[in-house]
Design a protein around this ligand. Structure first.
Ligand code: GTP
Length: 464
Protein backbone atom coordinates (compact mmCIF):
# COMPACT_ATOMS: atom_id res chain seq x y z
CA UNK A 1 0.00 0.00 0.00
CA UNK A 2 1.29 3.49 -0.89
CA UNK A 3 0.89 6.24 1.76
CA UNK A 4 -1.72 8.89 0.70
CA UNK A 5 -0.03 11.58 -1.45
CA UNK A 6 -0.34 15.28 -0.53
CA UNK A 7 -2.38 17.56 -2.87
CA UNK A 8 0.73 19.12 -4.45
CA UNK A 9 2.33 15.70 -4.88
CA UNK A 10 -0.91 14.41 -6.48
CA UNK A 11 -0.92 17.34 -8.91
CA UNK A 12 2.73 16.68 -9.84
CA UNK A 13 1.97 13.02 -10.63
CA UNK A 14 -1.08 13.92 -12.78
CA UNK A 15 0.94 16.49 -14.70
CA UNK A 16 3.67 14.02 -15.39
CA UNK A 17 1.11 11.45 -16.57
CA UNK A 18 -0.58 13.95 -18.86
CA UNK A 19 2.77 15.04 -20.29
CA UNK A 20 3.64 11.40 -20.99
CA UNK A 21 0.29 10.81 -22.69
CA UNK A 22 0.66 13.94 -24.82
CA UNK A 23 4.12 12.92 -25.90
CA UNK A 24 2.80 9.47 -26.87
CA UNK A 25 -0.04 10.96 -28.89
CA UNK A 26 2.29 13.31 -30.71
CA UNK A 27 4.64 10.45 -31.48
CA UNK A 28 1.77 8.40 -32.84
CA UNK A 29 0.52 11.31 -34.94
CA UNK A 30 3.97 11.81 -36.46
CA UNK A 31 4.40 8.11 -36.97
CA UNK A 32 1.08 7.76 -38.82
CA UNK A 33 2.13 10.50 -41.20
CA UNK A 34 5.60 9.20 -41.74
CA UNK A 35 5.88 7.43 -45.12
CA UNK A 36 8.08 4.65 -43.67
CA UNK A 37 5.48 3.89 -40.95
CA UNK A 38 2.66 3.96 -43.52
CA UNK A 39 4.64 1.53 -45.71
CA UNK A 40 5.18 -0.68 -42.70
CA UNK A 41 1.45 -0.69 -41.90
CA UNK A 42 0.55 -1.32 -45.54
CA UNK A 43 2.81 -4.34 -45.63
CA UNK A 44 1.36 -5.64 -42.40
CA UNK A 45 -0.52 -8.94 -43.06
CA UNK A 46 -3.97 -7.71 -42.16
CA UNK A 47 -5.45 -4.30 -41.62
CA UNK A 48 -4.25 -1.60 -39.25
CA UNK A 49 -6.98 0.90 -38.42
CA UNK A 50 -8.01 3.94 -36.49
CA UNK A 51 -11.75 4.40 -36.03
CA UNK A 52 -14.49 6.06 -34.03
CA UNK A 53 -16.19 4.32 -31.19
CA UNK A 54 -19.57 4.58 -32.89
CA UNK A 55 -22.08 2.03 -34.06
CA UNK A 56 -20.60 2.13 -37.62
CA UNK A 57 -17.01 1.80 -36.44
CA UNK A 58 -16.38 4.74 -38.78
CA UNK A 59 -12.86 4.37 -40.14
CA UNK A 60 -10.55 7.39 -40.02
CA UNK A 61 -7.65 5.35 -41.31
CA UNK A 62 -7.19 1.82 -42.65
CA UNK A 63 -4.01 0.33 -44.07
CA UNK A 64 -3.81 -1.22 -47.54
CA UNK A 65 -4.35 -4.70 -46.06
CA UNK A 66 -8.09 -3.90 -45.90
CA UNK A 67 -8.40 -4.95 -49.55
CA UNK A 68 -7.31 -8.51 -48.85
CA UNK A 69 -9.24 -8.68 -45.60
CA UNK A 70 -12.57 -7.20 -46.75
CA UNK A 71 -12.33 -7.03 -50.54
CA UNK A 72 -12.82 -3.22 -50.40
CA UNK A 73 -10.13 -0.57 -51.06
CA UNK A 74 -8.93 1.84 -48.39
CA UNK A 75 -10.90 4.83 -49.74
CA UNK A 76 -14.20 2.94 -49.60
CA UNK A 77 -13.84 2.35 -45.88
CA UNK A 78 -12.22 5.65 -45.02
CA UNK A 79 -14.89 7.67 -46.82
CA UNK A 80 -17.63 5.56 -45.29
CA UNK A 81 -18.83 4.29 -48.64
CA UNK A 82 -18.57 0.93 -46.94
CA UNK A 83 -19.56 0.78 -43.26
CA UNK A 84 -17.21 -1.53 -41.39
CA UNK A 85 -19.90 -2.50 -38.85
CA UNK A 86 -22.02 -3.79 -41.72
CA UNK A 87 -19.20 -6.07 -42.86
CA UNK A 88 -19.30 -7.83 -39.49
CA UNK A 89 -21.45 -10.95 -39.58
CA UNK A 90 -24.93 -10.02 -38.19
CA UNK A 91 -24.68 -12.61 -35.44
CA UNK A 92 -21.33 -11.24 -34.29
CA UNK A 93 -22.12 -7.49 -34.34
CA UNK A 94 -23.62 -7.27 -30.84
CA UNK A 95 -20.95 -9.46 -29.15
CA UNK A 96 -18.20 -7.39 -30.82
CA UNK A 97 -19.75 -4.17 -29.56
CA UNK A 98 -20.20 -5.51 -26.04
CA UNK A 99 -16.64 -6.85 -25.78
CA UNK A 100 -15.05 -3.65 -27.09
CA UNK A 101 -17.11 -1.44 -24.74
CA UNK A 102 -16.23 -3.64 -21.78
CA UNK A 103 -12.50 -3.38 -22.58
CA UNK A 104 -12.71 0.39 -23.06
CA UNK A 105 -14.54 0.82 -19.78
CA UNK A 106 -11.68 -0.99 -18.09
CA UNK A 107 -9.05 0.92 -20.12
CA UNK A 108 -7.52 -2.25 -21.47
CA UNK A 109 -6.80 -3.69 -24.88
CA UNK A 110 -9.32 -6.03 -26.42
CA UNK A 111 -8.82 -9.18 -28.46
CA UNK A 112 -11.83 -10.49 -30.32
CA UNK A 113 -12.65 -13.03 -33.00
CA UNK A 114 -15.58 -12.60 -35.34
CA UNK A 115 -16.74 -13.21 -38.89
CA UNK A 116 -16.79 -10.61 -41.65
CA UNK A 117 -18.56 -10.73 -44.99
CA UNK A 118 -15.93 -10.35 -47.71
CA UNK A 119 -16.84 -8.39 -50.86
CA UNK A 120 -16.56 -11.66 -52.85
CA UNK A 121 -19.41 -13.18 -50.84
CA UNK A 122 -17.30 -15.45 -48.66
CA UNK A 123 -17.19 -15.32 -44.89
CA UNK A 124 -13.79 -14.67 -43.30
CA UNK A 125 -12.72 -15.10 -39.72
CA UNK A 126 -11.01 -12.04 -38.27
CA UNK A 127 -8.90 -11.65 -35.17
CA UNK A 128 -8.70 -8.11 -33.85
CA UNK A 129 -6.52 -6.55 -31.21
CA UNK A 130 -7.34 -2.92 -30.42
CA UNK A 131 -7.17 -0.27 -27.77
CA UNK A 132 -8.47 3.23 -27.05
CA UNK A 133 -6.56 6.49 -27.14
CA UNK A 134 -7.58 8.99 -24.48
CA UNK A 135 -7.36 12.78 -24.21
CA UNK A 136 -5.78 14.53 -21.28
CA UNK A 137 -9.32 14.92 -19.90
CA UNK A 138 -9.73 11.22 -20.11
CA UNK A 139 -12.01 11.38 -23.08
CA UNK A 140 -11.84 8.60 -25.61
CA UNK A 141 -10.36 10.15 -28.74
CA UNK A 142 -10.15 7.22 -31.06
CA UNK A 143 -9.73 3.46 -31.34
CA UNK A 144 -6.86 1.82 -33.13
CA UNK A 145 -5.58 -1.66 -33.67
CA UNK A 146 -4.93 -4.50 -36.10
CA UNK A 147 -7.29 -6.96 -37.72
CA UNK A 148 -5.88 -10.20 -39.15
CA UNK A 149 -7.53 -12.80 -41.39
CA UNK A 150 -7.44 -16.10 -39.43
CA UNK A 151 -9.83 -18.03 -41.71
CA UNK A 152 -7.31 -20.75 -42.57
CA UNK A 153 -6.42 -21.30 -38.91
CA UNK A 154 -10.09 -21.20 -37.92
CA UNK A 155 -11.04 -23.75 -40.57
CA UNK A 156 -8.28 -26.05 -39.38
CA UNK A 157 -9.49 -25.59 -35.81
CA UNK A 158 -13.10 -26.33 -36.79
CA UNK A 159 -12.00 -29.37 -38.82
CA UNK A 160 -9.99 -30.56 -35.82
CA UNK A 161 -13.01 -30.08 -33.57
CA UNK A 162 -15.15 -32.05 -36.06
CA UNK A 163 -12.50 -34.76 -36.18
CA UNK A 164 -12.39 -34.91 -32.42
CA UNK A 165 -16.17 -35.18 -32.28
CA UNK A 166 -16.07 -37.98 -34.88
CA UNK A 167 -13.30 -39.77 -33.01
CA UNK A 168 -15.13 -39.40 -29.73
CA UNK A 169 -18.29 -40.79 -31.36
CA UNK A 170 -16.26 -43.70 -32.71
CA UNK A 171 -14.58 -44.27 -29.38
CA UNK A 172 -17.84 -44.20 -27.54
CA UNK A 173 -19.27 -47.28 -29.20
CA UNK A 174 -21.59 -48.82 -26.66
CA UNK A 175 -19.96 -52.26 -26.55
CA UNK A 176 -16.23 -51.75 -26.79
CA UNK A 177 -13.73 -50.34 -24.42
CA UNK A 178 -10.83 -48.29 -25.83
CA UNK A 179 -8.02 -46.59 -24.04
CA UNK A 180 -4.65 -45.04 -24.62
CA UNK A 181 -1.86 -45.37 -22.08
CA UNK A 182 1.81 -44.59 -21.89
CA UNK A 183 4.42 -47.35 -21.69
CA UNK A 184 4.22 -47.38 -17.89
CA UNK A 185 0.48 -48.05 -18.01
CA UNK A 186 -0.62 -44.52 -17.13
CA UNK A 187 -3.96 -43.66 -18.75
CA UNK A 188 -3.89 -40.88 -21.31
CA UNK A 189 -7.44 -41.17 -22.64
CA UNK A 190 -10.32 -43.61 -22.61
CA UNK A 191 -13.90 -43.87 -23.73
CA UNK A 192 -17.05 -44.09 -21.64
CA UNK A 193 -17.20 -47.87 -21.81
CA UNK A 194 -13.76 -48.15 -20.17
CA UNK A 195 -14.88 -45.80 -17.43
CA UNK A 196 -18.03 -47.85 -16.90
CA UNK A 197 -16.08 -51.10 -16.69
CA UNK A 198 -13.67 -49.59 -14.20
CA UNK A 199 -16.59 -48.07 -12.26
CA UNK A 200 -15.01 -44.62 -12.42
CA UNK A 201 -15.73 -41.25 -13.99
CA UNK A 202 -13.72 -40.84 -17.20
CA UNK A 203 -12.09 -37.60 -16.09
CA UNK A 204 -10.88 -39.21 -12.86
CA UNK A 205 -9.12 -41.95 -14.79
CA UNK A 206 -6.74 -39.86 -16.85
CA UNK A 207 -3.25 -39.87 -15.34
CA UNK A 208 -3.88 -42.94 -13.18
CA UNK A 209 -2.08 -46.25 -13.58
CA UNK A 210 -4.26 -48.81 -15.32
CA UNK A 211 -2.47 -51.58 -13.44
CA UNK A 212 -3.55 -50.09 -10.11
CA UNK A 213 -7.16 -49.89 -11.29
CA UNK A 214 -7.44 -53.50 -12.47
CA UNK A 215 -7.82 -56.62 -10.34
CA UNK A 216 -4.44 -58.23 -9.57
CA UNK A 217 -4.67 -61.20 -11.97
CA UNK A 218 -5.89 -59.05 -14.88
CA UNK A 219 -3.19 -56.52 -14.18
CA UNK A 220 -0.44 -59.18 -14.16
CA UNK A 221 -1.58 -60.54 -17.50
CA UNK A 222 -1.77 -57.05 -19.00
CA UNK A 223 1.78 -56.29 -17.88
CA UNK A 224 2.99 -59.44 -19.66
CA UNK A 225 1.10 -58.54 -22.83
CA UNK A 226 2.47 -55.00 -22.70
CA UNK A 227 5.97 -56.47 -22.49
CA UNK A 228 5.23 -58.65 -25.53
CA UNK A 229 4.13 -55.59 -27.51
CA UNK A 230 7.15 -53.51 -26.54
CA UNK A 231 9.50 -56.44 -27.28
CA UNK A 232 8.00 -57.21 -30.69
CA UNK A 233 6.72 -53.74 -31.69
CA UNK A 234 3.69 -55.55 -33.03
CA UNK A 235 0.07 -55.72 -31.90
CA UNK A 236 -0.89 -58.56 -29.59
CA UNK A 237 -4.32 -60.15 -29.37
CA UNK A 238 -5.38 -62.10 -26.31
CA UNK A 239 -8.50 -63.35 -24.64
CA UNK A 240 -9.13 -63.32 -20.96
CA UNK A 241 -11.74 -64.53 -18.52
CA UNK A 242 -12.56 -62.36 -15.57
CA UNK A 243 -15.18 -63.74 -13.17
CA UNK A 244 -18.05 -64.90 -15.41
CA UNK A 245 -17.16 -62.66 -18.38
CA UNK A 246 -14.85 -63.17 -21.35
CA UNK A 247 -12.90 -60.38 -23.05
CA UNK A 248 -11.07 -60.16 -26.35
CA UNK A 249 -8.24 -57.62 -26.25
CA UNK A 250 -5.96 -56.13 -28.89
CA UNK A 251 -3.01 -54.13 -27.65
CA UNK A 252 -1.38 -51.89 -30.28
CA UNK A 253 1.90 -50.04 -30.11
CA UNK A 254 1.69 -46.32 -30.94
CA UNK A 255 5.00 -44.88 -32.17
CA UNK A 256 6.33 -41.35 -32.04
CA UNK A 257 8.04 -39.58 -34.94
CA UNK A 258 11.29 -41.42 -34.14
CA UNK A 259 9.46 -44.75 -34.40
CA UNK A 260 9.81 -45.42 -30.69
CA UNK A 261 6.83 -46.88 -28.86
CA UNK A 262 5.53 -43.96 -26.84
CA UNK A 263 1.99 -45.14 -26.15
CA UNK A 264 -0.19 -48.23 -26.29
CA UNK A 265 -3.79 -48.46 -27.40
CA UNK A 266 -5.94 -51.16 -25.83
CA UNK A 267 -9.15 -52.19 -27.53
CA UNK A 268 -11.37 -54.62 -25.59
CA UNK A 269 -14.63 -56.31 -26.39
CA UNK A 270 -16.85 -58.30 -24.06
CA UNK A 271 -17.25 -61.61 -25.90
CA UNK A 272 -19.11 -63.52 -23.19
CA UNK A 273 -22.18 -64.10 -25.37
CA UNK A 274 -20.02 -65.09 -28.35
CA UNK A 275 -18.06 -67.51 -26.15
CA UNK A 276 -21.27 -69.05 -24.88
CA UNK A 277 -22.50 -69.44 -28.46
CA UNK A 278 -19.19 -71.06 -29.44
CA UNK A 279 -19.47 -73.43 -26.51
CA UNK A 280 -23.08 -74.28 -27.44
CA UNK A 281 -22.03 -74.93 -31.03
CA UNK A 282 -19.11 -77.08 -29.90
CA UNK A 283 -21.44 -79.01 -27.63
CA UNK A 284 -23.91 -79.44 -30.46
CA UNK A 285 -21.17 -80.73 -32.75
CA UNK A 286 -20.02 -83.40 -30.33
CA UNK A 287 -23.21 -84.54 -28.68
CA UNK A 288 -26.40 -86.41 -29.42
CA UNK A 289 -29.29 -83.95 -29.15
CA UNK A 290 -31.75 -86.43 -27.56
CA UNK A 291 -29.63 -87.84 -24.74
CA UNK A 292 -26.88 -85.23 -24.43
CA UNK A 293 -24.27 -88.03 -24.55
CA UNK A 294 -21.33 -87.79 -26.97
CA UNK A 295 -22.29 -88.62 -30.53
CA UNK A 296 -20.64 -91.50 -32.34
CA UNK A 297 -18.15 -89.31 -34.23
CA UNK A 298 -16.80 -87.62 -31.10
CA UNK A 299 -16.75 -90.91 -29.19
CA UNK A 300 -14.66 -92.36 -31.98
CA UNK A 301 -12.12 -89.60 -31.81
CA UNK A 302 -11.82 -89.69 -27.97
CA UNK A 303 -11.75 -93.50 -27.82
CA UNK A 304 -9.00 -93.74 -30.46
CA UNK A 305 -6.84 -91.30 -28.51
CA UNK A 306 -7.46 -93.33 -25.37
CA UNK A 307 -6.46 -96.60 -27.08
CA UNK A 308 -3.27 -95.02 -28.41
CA UNK A 309 -2.32 -93.94 -24.88
CA UNK A 310 -3.17 -97.38 -23.50
CA UNK A 311 -0.91 -99.01 -26.09
CA UNK A 312 1.92 -96.67 -25.11
CA UNK A 313 1.45 -97.33 -21.39
CA UNK A 314 0.63 -101.05 -21.85
CA UNK A 315 -2.57 -100.70 -19.85
CA UNK A 316 -5.71 -102.71 -20.63
CA UNK A 317 -8.89 -101.15 -22.05
CA UNK A 318 -12.39 -102.56 -22.27
CA UNK A 319 -15.35 -101.75 -24.45
CA UNK A 320 -19.06 -102.14 -23.73
CA UNK A 321 -21.79 -102.34 -26.33
CA UNK A 322 -25.13 -101.72 -24.59
CA UNK A 323 -28.58 -102.22 -26.12
CA UNK A 324 -32.10 -101.68 -24.70
CA UNK A 325 -34.10 -104.90 -24.83
CA UNK A 326 -37.29 -105.06 -26.86
CA UNK A 327 -37.12 -101.35 -27.52
CA UNK A 328 -39.09 -101.72 -30.72
CA UNK A 329 -42.10 -102.95 -28.76
CA UNK A 330 -41.84 -99.89 -26.39
CA UNK A 331 -42.07 -97.67 -29.46
CA UNK A 332 -44.82 -99.75 -30.98
CA UNK A 333 -46.96 -99.88 -27.85
CA UNK A 334 -46.40 -96.44 -26.37
CA UNK A 335 -45.23 -94.29 -29.26
CA UNK A 336 -41.91 -92.65 -30.19
CA UNK A 337 -42.17 -89.89 -27.58
CA UNK A 338 -42.26 -92.45 -24.79
CA UNK A 339 -39.46 -94.32 -26.58
CA UNK A 340 -37.43 -91.11 -26.45
CA UNK A 341 -38.08 -90.70 -22.73
CA UNK A 342 -36.85 -94.25 -22.16
CA UNK A 343 -33.70 -93.48 -24.17
CA UNK A 344 -33.04 -90.31 -22.16
CA UNK A 345 -33.49 -91.94 -18.75
CA UNK A 346 -31.42 -94.97 -19.73
CA UNK A 347 -28.64 -92.67 -20.99
CA UNK A 348 -28.66 -90.79 -17.66
CA UNK A 349 -28.50 -94.01 -15.65
CA UNK A 350 -25.58 -95.25 -17.71
CA UNK A 351 -23.73 -91.99 -17.36
CA UNK A 352 -24.36 -91.75 -13.62
CA UNK A 353 -22.92 -95.22 -13.08
CA UNK A 354 -19.70 -94.83 -15.05
CA UNK A 355 -16.47 -93.09 -14.09
CA UNK A 356 -15.67 -89.59 -15.27
CA UNK A 357 -12.83 -91.00 -17.37
CA UNK A 358 -15.06 -93.54 -19.17
CA UNK A 359 -16.16 -92.51 -22.64
CA UNK A 360 -19.84 -93.09 -23.27
CA UNK A 361 -21.85 -92.34 -26.40
CA UNK A 362 -25.13 -93.01 -28.08
CA UNK A 363 -23.84 -95.30 -30.77
CA UNK A 364 -27.08 -95.22 -32.76
CA UNK A 365 -30.79 -95.99 -32.26
CA UNK A 366 -31.22 -97.66 -28.89
CA UNK A 367 -27.58 -98.70 -28.73
CA UNK A 368 -24.83 -97.18 -26.55
CA UNK A 369 -21.07 -97.76 -26.55
CA UNK A 370 -18.53 -97.14 -23.80
CA UNK A 371 -14.76 -97.34 -23.74
CA UNK A 372 -13.35 -97.91 -20.26
CA UNK A 373 -9.66 -96.90 -20.14
CA UNK A 374 -7.27 -98.75 -17.82
CA UNK A 375 -9.93 -101.37 -17.16
CA UNK A 376 -9.38 -105.14 -17.31
CA UNK A 377 -12.06 -107.70 -18.07
CA UNK A 378 -13.06 -108.35 -14.44
CA UNK A 379 -13.62 -104.68 -13.68
CA UNK A 380 -15.37 -104.15 -17.00
CA UNK A 381 -17.74 -107.04 -16.24
CA UNK A 382 -18.42 -105.64 -12.75
CA UNK A 383 -19.18 -102.29 -14.32
CA UNK A 384 -21.43 -103.81 -16.97
CA UNK A 385 -23.29 -105.83 -14.37
CA UNK A 386 -23.78 -102.72 -12.23
CA UNK A 387 -25.18 -100.85 -15.26
CA UNK A 388 -27.54 -103.70 -16.07
CA UNK A 389 -28.81 -103.82 -12.49
CA UNK A 390 -29.26 -100.04 -12.16
CA UNK A 391 -31.32 -99.86 -15.34
CA UNK A 392 -33.48 -102.82 -14.38
CA UNK A 393 -33.80 -101.80 -10.71
CA UNK A 394 -36.37 -99.03 -11.12
CA UNK A 395 -39.12 -98.51 -13.67
CA UNK A 396 -38.67 -95.49 -15.95
CA UNK A 397 -41.24 -92.71 -15.50
CA UNK A 398 -42.87 -91.87 -18.85
CA UNK A 399 -45.91 -89.96 -20.06
CA UNK A 400 -47.66 -93.33 -20.26
CA UNK A 401 -46.72 -94.30 -16.69
CA UNK A 402 -43.74 -96.26 -15.35
CA UNK A 403 -42.08 -98.74 -17.72
CA UNK A 404 -39.73 -101.53 -16.77
CA UNK A 405 -36.72 -101.60 -19.06
CA UNK A 406 -33.73 -103.90 -19.28
CA UNK A 407 -30.48 -103.79 -21.18
CA UNK A 408 -28.06 -106.33 -22.60
CA UNK A 409 -24.31 -105.67 -22.64
CA UNK A 410 -21.43 -107.17 -24.60
CA UNK A 411 -18.02 -106.73 -22.93
CA UNK A 412 -14.63 -107.09 -24.63
CA UNK A 413 -11.20 -106.51 -23.13
CA UNK A 414 -7.95 -105.60 -24.78
CA UNK A 415 -4.99 -106.68 -22.62
CA UNK A 416 -2.23 -104.17 -22.02
CA UNK A 417 0.22 -106.24 -24.06
CA UNK A 418 -2.00 -106.26 -27.16
CA UNK A 419 -2.66 -103.45 -29.59
CA UNK A 420 -5.80 -103.38 -31.69
CA UNK A 421 -7.89 -100.94 -33.60
CA UNK A 422 -10.96 -99.46 -31.94
CA UNK A 423 -13.23 -100.91 -34.62
CA UNK A 424 -11.90 -104.39 -33.82
CA UNK A 425 -12.47 -103.99 -30.08
CA UNK A 426 -16.02 -102.72 -30.65
CA UNK A 427 -16.66 -105.56 -33.05
CA UNK A 428 -15.69 -108.01 -30.27
CA UNK A 429 -18.03 -106.28 -27.79
CA UNK A 430 -20.81 -106.27 -30.40
CA UNK A 431 -20.44 -110.01 -30.93
CA UNK A 432 -20.85 -110.53 -27.19
CA UNK A 433 -23.89 -108.20 -27.17
CA UNK A 434 -25.43 -110.47 -29.78
CA UNK A 435 -24.57 -113.43 -27.55
CA UNK A 436 -26.26 -111.74 -24.56
CA UNK A 437 -29.38 -111.16 -26.65
CA UNK A 438 -29.32 -114.73 -27.80
CA UNK A 439 -28.86 -115.85 -24.21
CA UNK A 440 -32.21 -114.32 -23.24
CA UNK A 441 -31.45 -110.55 -22.81
CA UNK A 442 -31.11 -108.54 -19.53
CA UNK A 443 -27.63 -110.01 -19.15
CA UNK A 444 -23.99 -109.41 -19.96
CA UNK A 445 -21.63 -111.53 -22.07
CA UNK A 446 -17.85 -111.03 -22.20
CA UNK A 447 -14.76 -111.93 -24.11
CA UNK A 448 -11.03 -111.39 -24.04
CA UNK A 449 -10.10 -112.07 -27.63
CA UNK A 450 -6.70 -113.65 -28.24
CA UNK A 451 -4.11 -112.08 -30.54
CA UNK A 452 -5.10 -114.53 -33.22
CA UNK A 453 -8.77 -113.71 -32.95
CA UNK A 454 -8.05 -109.99 -33.06
CA UNK A 455 -5.74 -110.45 -36.02
CA UNK A 456 -8.41 -112.41 -37.75
CA UNK A 457 -11.05 -109.75 -37.03
CA UNK A 458 -8.66 -107.04 -38.04
CA UNK A 459 -8.37 -108.63 -41.43
CA UNK A 460 -4.68 -109.39 -40.88
CA UNK A 461 -3.95 -105.67 -41.24
CA UNK A 462 -2.57 -105.16 -37.82
CA UNK A 463 0.08 -107.18 -36.01
CA UNK A 464 0.13 -106.99 -32.27
N1 GTP B 1 -38.13 -93.57 -29.87
C1 GTP B 1 -37.02 -93.78 -30.56
N2 GTP B 1 -36.84 -94.94 -31.16
C2 GTP B 1 -35.72 -95.19 -31.83
C3 GTP B 1 -34.73 -94.21 -31.95
N3 GTP B 1 -33.71 -94.73 -32.69
C4 GTP B 1 -34.06 -96.01 -33.02
N4 GTP B 1 -35.27 -96.28 -32.51
C5 GTP B 1 -36.04 -97.48 -32.60
O1 GTP B 1 -35.42 -98.50 -31.83
C6 GTP B 1 -35.94 -99.72 -32.29
C7 GTP B 1 -34.87 -100.78 -32.28
O2 GTP B 1 -35.47 -102.01 -32.53
P1 GTP B 1 -34.67 -103.30 -32.74
O3 GTP B 1 -33.38 -103.02 -33.42
O4 GTP B 1 -35.60 -104.29 -33.39
O5 GTP B 1 -34.34 -103.83 -31.30
P2 GTP B 1 -35.21 -104.18 -30.06
O6 GTP B 1 -36.64 -104.00 -30.30
O7 GTP B 1 -34.64 -103.39 -28.90
O8 GTP B 1 -34.87 -105.69 -29.87
P3 GTP B 1 -33.63 -106.27 -29.17
O9 GTP B 1 -32.50 -105.33 -29.29
O10 GTP B 1 -33.37 -107.56 -29.92
O11 GTP B 1 -34.01 -106.51 -27.77
C8 GTP B 1 -36.54 -99.46 -33.68
O12 GTP B 1 -37.96 -99.55 -33.58
C9 GTP B 1 -36.13 -98.03 -33.99
O13 GTP B 1 -37.12 -97.34 -34.73
C10 GTP B 1 -34.95 -92.95 -31.33
O14 GTP B 1 -34.15 -92.01 -31.37
N5 GTP B 1 -36.11 -92.79 -30.63
Amino acid sequence: MHPPASDSEQLRIENATLRRRLAALEAQHHAANRPDIVALLDNFPGMAYRCQNDSDWSMDYVSAGCLALTGYPQEALMRSRVIYAELIHPEDRAPVWTQVQAALAAHRTFEIEYRINHANGTIRWAWERGWGLWSEHDHLVTLEGFITDISAYKQAELALRDNQATLRALLDTPEDSMLLMDVTGKLIACNDMTARQLHRDRRQLVGRSLFALLPAEVSTNLRQQLQRVTDSSAPVRFQEQYRDRWFDHILYPVCDSLQRISQLALYSRDITEQKQLERDLEQLAISDPLTGLFNRRHFWSLAEQSLTQAARKHTPSSALMIDIDYFKSINDHHGHLVGDQVLQTTANRLKDNLRQSDILCRYGGEEFAALLPETDLDTACETAERLRQRVAAAAIETDRGPLSVTISIGVAELGGHIEARLSTLLECADRKLYAAKQGGRNRIAFWTPSREQLRHLDGDRHHA
